[in-house]
Design a protein around this ligand. Structure first.
Ligand code: PLP
Length: 471
C-alpha cells in the first residue's frame, strides 16, 4: 500500500488547516448554528487529536468528510448551556436542587413579554412620571391575603432578614426553642438572627412552649415576637406550641409586633386534599399576625421571591429600610409573580394551571394513567431488556414543605437485565435532557407525579436511548 510508505511528515502535511475547515460548506453550517469561538475551538481540538494519532504511528483519515462528525459532536457539547432543563422523575415536587417551583404557562408568557421589551417597571403611565416598583403587585397580594399592605423581596430568607433588621436590630426577638429551624443548610434561624444584628431570645423547650414562656421573656428591649414554621420536620407526641392568635394578644398588650415566618405560604386550603395542619396565609393574617413572610417558589408555585404582608404601618417601615435596595426583585420576577397571583383569583384554575399546586393535589387516578402511558410506551421498545411494572409508591412535597405528609403516587419500575440499575440511573442522568429518577433496590422508579404530560414522549425516548447504548 502506498500509504504505508508515507512518512509521518507526509501524513502530518495532509492535516487540514483550521481556516480551510471554516471556509467550506461544513464551516458555514457550523458558524451559522453556533458561535465562532466554539467552532474554532472544536476544529482545533479535533485536528490536534489527529496530529497526536499520527505522531503515535496511526494513520487516521483526516479528510474533512471523515472528521466532520467529531467536530460537530464537540460543537454540540460546547454550545450546550450549563444551566439547562431536565426531567424530574424523582417525585419530589418542590425540589430545591432542581429549581423548585416550575412556572405556569401564563407566568412564562408574561415573563417573555416583559423581559423582551421596555415596561412601566418604575413608571406611572397615567401621570407620565416616575412610579414605584412595588406598586404593581401590591393590590393583588392584598386582595388574595386580606393583608393591609405587601412588599416583595428576593426570597423568603431576605424577607425574614429585612424584617429583623427593621424591627429588631440590637433588640431581642423571642422565638420558641421548637422553632429554631434549619432550612437547606444555609438558612438557620439563629444565624439569620445574628446576621441581622437581632438578639435571639429563645424560650420554652424543644417539645413544649407556653404563652407564659413568651410573656416572661418580654422586656424593655424586646423588638419582635416571632413564630417560625417548622417546615421540614415535625414535633410529635407530648407537644405544645402557642398559636399565633394568642401571641397576637400578648403582642398587643406589650405593643410588640408579631411576625410569622410561614416558609411555604399556601393561598389554598389543602385540607380537602387530605393535607392537614398547613395554615393559609389568609388565615394567619385573619388571626392577627402583624407581619407574615413566605416564599414565592414553594407551595405558591411562582418565581423565587419573598413576600412580606401585614399591617400597613409596619410594611411602610420596611419599605424605608435602605437594605431593601439590595434585596429588590427584578422585572422578570415581577412578571412571573403577578401572573401567578392572578391565577389564584380563580381557585379552580389555580389548581389546574399552576404546576406545583396541580402536582400536589392531582387525583391519584390521573397519576396512575400517566404512569400507564409511560409504561405502555416503554414496553413496546425495551420489554426484552428490563422488567417493567407500574407500582404504588410515595412522592414528597419537598422544599421544606409539608413534612411527614403522604403523597401516594404511581411510578414505573424499570428493572434492567443487561446493565446495573446504577448504570441505568447514570445514563439517564447524563442523557439529553437529563432524567432524574430514584433507585429502589434493583429497580429504577420513574415517579409519574412530577412528569409533565408534554414530557412523556421525551422521557420515554431517553429511557429507550439509555438501553440502546447497551447494544
Ligand atoms: C424555606 C423557608 C425559608 C427560606 O425561604 P427561601 O425562599 O428559600 O429563601 C425561611 N423560613 C422558612 C420557615 C422556610 O420554610
Amino acid at each position: 500500500m502506498v500509504e504505508n510508505h508515507m512518512t509521518i511528515q507526509e501524513k502530518l502535511s495532509k492535516l487540514p488547516q483550521v481556516n480551510e475547515c471554516l471556509k467550506g460548506p461544513y464551516g458555514q453550517k457550523w458558524l451559522e448554528g453556533s458561535y465562532r469561538k466554539i467552532v474554532v475551538r472544536a476544529v482545533r481540538e479535533v485536528i490536534e487529536l489527529k496530529r497526536r494519532a499520527i505522531l503515535n504511528g496511526l494513520d487516521p483519515d483526516v479528510s474533512l468528510d471523515a472528521i466532520a462528525g467529531e467536530i460537530e459532536n464537540l460543537i454540540r457539547k460546547y454550545s450546550a448551556h450549563k444551566l439547562r432543563p431536565l426531567i424530574n422523575a424523582s417525585g419530589v415536587v418542590i425540589h430545591t436542587n432542581l429549581g423548585r417551583a416550575i412556572l405556569s404557562d401564563k407566568a412564562i408568557s408574561n415573563v417573555a413579554a416583559i423581559a423582551g421589551g421596555y415596561s412601566n417597571l418604575e413608571y406611572e403611565i397615567s401621570k407620565g412620571k416616575r412610579g414605584k416598583r412595588y406598586s404593581h403587585i401590591k393590590d393583588i397580594i392584598k386582595e388574595l391575603t386580606g393583608a393591609e399592605d405587601a412588599i416583595v423581596v428576593n426570597n423568603n430568607a431576605a424577607a425574614v432578614l429585612v424584617c429583623l433588621d427593621t424591627f429588631a436590630r440590637g433588640r431581642e426577638v423571642i422565638v420558641s426553642r421548637g422553632e429554631l429551624v434549619e432550612i437547606g443548610g444555609s438558612f438557620r434561624i439563629p444565624e439569620v438572627m445574628q446576621a441581622s444584628g437581632a438578639i435571639l431570645r429563645e424560650v420554652g423547650t424543644t417539645n413544649k412552649t407556653h404563652l407564659s414562656d413568651y410573656e416572661n421573656a418580654v422586656c424593655g428591649n424586646t423588638g419582635l415576637l416571632m413564630k417560625v414554621h417548622q417546615s421540614n420536620y415535625k414535633v410529635i407526641g407530648f407537644t405544645e406550641e402557642v398559636p399565633v392568635e394568642r401571641l397576637v394578644v400578648l403582642g398587643k398588650a406589650f405593643r410588640i409586633p408579631v411576625v410569622d415566618d410561614l416558609g411555604s405560604g399556601s393561598l389554598i386550603s389543602l385540607e380537602k386534599f387530605g393535607i392537614h395542619g398547613e395554615p393559609t396565609v389568609q388565615e394567619v393574617i385573619k388571626q392577627g399576625a402583624d407581619i407574615v413572610t413566605f416564599s414565592g417558589d414553594k407551595l405558591l408555585g411562582g418565581p423565587q421571591a419573598g413576600i412580606i404582608v401585614g399591617k400597613e404601618k409596619l410594611i411602610q417601615k420596611i419599605q424605608k429600610n435602605p437594605m431593601l435596595r439590595a434585596l429588590r426583585i427584578d422585572k422578570m420576577t415581577f412578571a412571573a409573580l403577578e401572573a401567578t397571583f392572578m391565577q389564584y383569583l380563580d381557585e379552580e384554575k389555580a389548581l389546574q394551571e399552576i404546576p406545583t399546586v396541580r402536582m400536589l393535589t392531582q387525583p391519584l387516578e390521573v397519576i396512575r394513567k400517566r404512569a400507564a402511558r409511560i409504561h405502555a410506551l416503554l414496553k413496546k421498545s425495551i420489554s426484552g431488556q428490563a422488567e417493567l411494572k407500574i407500582v404504588g409508591d410515595q412522592s414528597r412535597a419537598g422544599g421544606g414543605s409539608l413534612p411527614e405528609t403522604d403523597f401516594p403516587t404511581y411510578a414505573v419500575s424499570v428493572r434492567p437485565s443487561g446493565i446495573s440499575v446504577n448504570g441505568l440511573e447514570e445514563r439517564l442522568r447524563r442523557g439529553v435532557p437529563p432524567v432524574i429518577a430514584r433507585i429502589q433496590g434493583d429497580a429504577l422508579l420513574i415517579d409519574a407525579r412530577t412528569i409533565q404530560d408534554r414530557e412523556i414522549k421525551i422521557l420515554t425516548g431517553c429511557v429507550i436511548a439509555a438501553f440502546g447504548n447497551n447494544i
